[in-house]
Design a binder for this molecule. Structure first.
Ligand SMILES: Cc1cc2nc3c(=O)[nH]c(=O)nc-3n(C[C@H](O)[C@H](O)[C@H](O)COP(=O)(O)O)c2cc1C
Length: 497
């Protein structure tokens, strides 16, 4: 089959190679003999002949162009629009990754405030290969359910503690990875609903602050916004930032599911003058954060660093990590216990998590997926007696209430989602977050592309998504026959066969 295709390509190429100069000459003659207008075709075909010659005899980078000339360009062209062709025409509704069409549509409909029910039946396979929630024979009335409440910092009796009133939050996405319209639309939607938003590791949260929502300030390994020039923590900057009334908690990012063991990456295409100022980095080169905090080289130094950030900020302080080696996590928790220091929360980011930019092998081959990590983390914390000393959060494709409740059944107490909120903003999964070319203006700084992302309009969508998600939570909780979210247990989940 392949060789047949190759033979055909060879024949077409030979035909093209011979036809181009012949047609050029023919149009030249016709231009003199019949009509001047033929000269336009002469020029066009002469240029094509030159390009064809260049491909076959001058350039040596692309073997396909050397061997087959101009027509090989057709392959590159079709390949370049392949993802769009597949997405629009050929893949079925449950085929795409990371989110299939049914999953994306559910978020879109919620965000637009449309009826989010579907008809006829589920499109998923019911062959035992997926997690399912176990409902109760005795569902509860919604009025009987307790409102969600999670108090961060209560274990340390912090006066500056923070109360979360929904079982989900907006996960870290830096200004840099996102454009300013996206940040402001998210922050405005958050403000309208009282949902807190994680700033991501983009440094001083200028655009978040404009919208005045509750913030979790994230400190990545480069500590943008709170760093000394050598990358170590500048305590004065952290102290000042923590005094901002909008900043409710601090999150130390140790690692991220999409690229564990690698610091954040902001490609040079996305570094504007403003971003270079807010982060304190030069323009014109990729910004690669170090793989770990300078201060955190082992369990003891990491735990002591957490204590230092707690002391300087005076706020609840969490850590974010992707679960890797079980023994290392065990040792870290053991050290917390030994030193009587614990973060106010641990957020587990599954290997299936998203990113603005990361090497493919890090996304594909590293880290433990969320539903495998969570039960282990929960158990280690329980075994070492620390489960009641801190909160456990989770992230990793938890874009609907069902998957979030599954995470809560596995020990999490609240869920982060980043891409759920990107979809609410209108993300079409173009997979170009690393290129500054996001066609819907979310992960780009191109002002023309950002024009399509109206801040007020999209903030309404964010608000609708938040309210719709919250509604679904209570619907499902009642079907599960649970009075409170904290009643959820591993036994409420059906595991894949
Ligand atoms: C565009 C984009 C930017 C992100 N930026 C950050 C970041 O600055 N810091 C961080 O810890 N995680 C970052 N993440 C990861 C998310 O916060 C989240 O942990 C991960 O995507 C899992 O959630 P999700 O599956 O709901 O997207 C980013 C993800 C995306 C898609």
């Amino acid at each position: 089959m392949d060789s047949q295709l190759t033979v055909n390509l060879g024949k077409i190429a030979k035909f093209t190679n011979a036809s181009l100069p012949i047609l050029t000459l023919s149009f030249l003659v016709a231009g003199y003999q019949y009509s001047f207008y033929f000269h336009f075709l002469t020029v066009a075909f002469f240029l094509l002949t030159l390009i064809n010659f260049f491909y076959r005899h001058v350039q040596s980078t692309h073997s396909l162009l050397t061997n087959f000339g101009l027509i090989a360009q057709g392959r590159y062209l079709i390949e370049s629009i392949g993802p769009e062709l597949r997405q629009y025409l050929f893949t079925n509704d449950v085929e795409e990754e990371p989110f299939n069409r049914t999953e994306r549509s559910e978020v879109y409909r919620k965000a637009k405030g449309l009826d989010a029910t579907s008809a006829f039946g589920s499109q998923l396979q019911f062959d035992g290969s997926e997690y399912k929630l176990r409902h109760s024979l005795y569902p509860l009335d919604k009025e009987a359910l307790q409102k969600f409440n999670l108090h961060f910092g209560e274990e340390r009796s912090l006066k500056t503690g923070f109360t979360l009133t929904r079982p989900f939050l907006i996960s870290a996405m830096s200004y840099g990875a996102l454009g300013n319209h996206a940040v402001r639309a998210l922050a405005r939607g958050a403000k309208k609903t009282g949902l807190p938003m994680n700033t991501g590791e983009g440094g001083y949260p200028k655009y978040h602050l404009m919208e005045n929502c509750d913030l979790i300030f994230q400190m990545g390994t480069a500590k943008f916004g709170v760093r000394h020039e050598d990358g170590s923590l500048d305590p004065h900057k952290l102290e000042n930032l923590s005094k901002l009334p909008q900043v409710k908690m601090i999150e130390i990012k140790l690692s991220q599911g999409a690229k564990p063991g690698k610091g954040g990456l902001l490609p040079k295409e996305k570094i504007t003058e403003e971003i270079s100022q807010l982060r304190g980095v030069p323009m014109g080169q990729d910004v690669v954060s170090p793989p770990h905090h300078l201060e955190c080289t082992d369990a003891e130094s990491t735990v002591k660093f957490i204590a230092r950030v707690q002391e300087i900020s005076g706020l609840p302080v969490g850590i974010k990590l992707c679960f890797g080696r079980e023994s290392e996590f065990f040792h870290l928790v053991e050290k917390m216990k030994q030193l009587s220091i614990h973060p106010d929360y641990i957020s587990i980011d599954g290997a299936e998590g998203g990113t603005g930019a990361a090497p493919k092998s890090f996304m594909d081959d590293l880290g433990v997926p969320l539903f495998q990590a969570l039960p282990k983390v929960h158990k280690i914390l329980q075994d070492l007696g620390l489960r009641n000393k801190l909160k456990l959060l989770a992230a990793g494709k938890l874009i609907n209430a069902g998957s979030q409740l599954m995470a809560l059944s596995l020990g999490a107490q609240a869920c982060y989602t980043a891409r759920g909120f990107m979809l609410a903003l209108g993300c079409i999964q173009a997979m170009q977050c690393n290129k500054n070319t996001c066609p819907v203006g979310i992960t780009t700084h191109n002002s023309h592309l950002q024009k399509g992302l109206g801040i007020e309009n999209k903030s309404e969508r964010v608000k609708n998504y938040i309210l719709g998600l919250e509604d679904d939570h209570y619907e499902l909780l009642s079907a599960l026959g649970k009075r409170t979210f904290s009643d959820l247990k591993e036994s409420d989940l059906l595991f894949p066969l």
